[in-house]
Design a protein around this ligand. Structure first.
Ligand code: 13P
Ligand code: SF4
Length: 319
């Protein structure tokens, strides 16, 4: 639509004028992902977003994604201005893990190394020894387990269960879940496999164990796109947010992609997986953020310094 063209032109102009770069997650709208790519920004998984933002020389980072991604950017680059299209875009994992309750949980288990998923608030990260994203979680826990450490894990019980299954680590878990991935059902994936027996199954490990058990490859969004390219299969069943199809289909133009069906949380579509918070990012609020400097992320300095340590451990970790 003409309106979108006007926003795209305005955003391109403002990115230059503000010495800003756009960092977008794979679950945001196609138009936002395209803009990030066209303007020298990045479209990535959450670990790559963090790395890209920290390294980039722009003085303003515009983070299209959910709140924890903007906070992570600010914690790593306090000297940069970090803007988001909306500060309302949260995550069910973040909501389900309030810092005070989490802190009490940690206090009750002082013998455990605290490892938290990146999908948490700055205050929860500040209480952690390590932060991990899904792309690096198994490697980090393997490393800690080899050192004989017992783990306290939060907040995603499905990702935690997946890691535990892979590593055999001693993990005490918080009871949190992603409302999007939790809706995938093994039955739906099995039905698609029956229809397309040659298809490979790609699953984000925030999905329930019964769904991950059917996966040919489980991994972060970037890892799933990489797997789509590397697998010999012409058909792929994909269990993650449908936003990923934009870049995945470009990566494998000759393959057929099937959305794993969900029971649907009804927030954005009836039977598809789409995060309602990622969906809050749009061209109009992205343009406003740049125009008005709205949606700016602020993190208290004392908290930032505490949250920085476990984040830096993640970024410096080499498997
Ligand atoms: P990735 O790190 O795989 O991009 O995951 C982030 C996320 O929020 C998945 O729901
Ligand atoms: Fe959080 Fe799930 Fe949305 Fe990712 S898809 S941001 S884990 S609610």
């Amino acid at each position: 639509p003409a309106e979108d063209h006007a926003y795209v032109a305005e955003i391109k102009r403002l990115l230059k004028a503000e010495n800003a770069v756009l960092v977008a997650h794979y679950y945001t709208d196609d138009a936002i992902q395209q803009l990030a790519e066209d303007t020298g920004g990045c479209v990535a998984d959450s670990l790559e977003m963090a790395r890209f933002g920290a390294r980039h020389e722009a003085t303003t980072l515009v983070v299209a994604g959910v709140r924890f991604m903007g906070e992570t950017a600010k914690i790593l680059s306090p000297e940069k201005r970090v803007l988001m299209p909306t500060l309302e875009a949260t995550c069910s994992l973040d909501i389900g893990c309030p810092a005070d309750e989490f802190s009490a949980f940690c206090d009750a288990h002082p013998d455990r190394t605290v490892v938290v998923y990146a999908n948490t608030s700055a205050a929860v990260k500040a209480r952690a020894d390590w932060v991990v994203t899904s792309s690096i979680a198994v490697d980090v826990i393997e490393h800690l387990q080899a050192r004989g450490e017992k783990i306290l894990w939060a907040p995603d019980k499905h990702l935690g269960g997946y890691i535990q299954n892979k590593t055999g680590a001693d993990m005490l878990m918080w009871d949190g879940a992603c409302i999007v991935h939790e809706e995938f059902k093994a039955q739906g994936v099995e039905d698609l496999k029956r229809l397309y027996p040659d298809a490979a199954v790609l699953v984000h490990p925030e999905s329930p164990a019964s769904v991950v058990a059917l996966a040919d490859v489980a991994g972060s969004t970037s890892q799933l796109i990489k797997a789509a390219k590397e697998l010999p299969n012409d058909k792929l069943v994909v269990a993650t947010d449908r936003g990923i199809f934009f870049k995945m289909q470009q990566a494998v133009p000759d393959k057929t992609l099937y959305e794993a069906p969900t029971a649907g949380n009804g927030a954005t579509c009836k039977s598809c997986a789409h995060c309602p918070w990622m969906a809050m990012n749009a061209l109009d609020n992205l343009a406003s953020a740049l125009r008005q400097g709205s949606g700016e992320i602020a993190v208290d300095e004392a908290l930032r310094l505490k949250a920085l340590k476990p984040l830096e451990r993640m970024l410096n970790f080499n498997a």
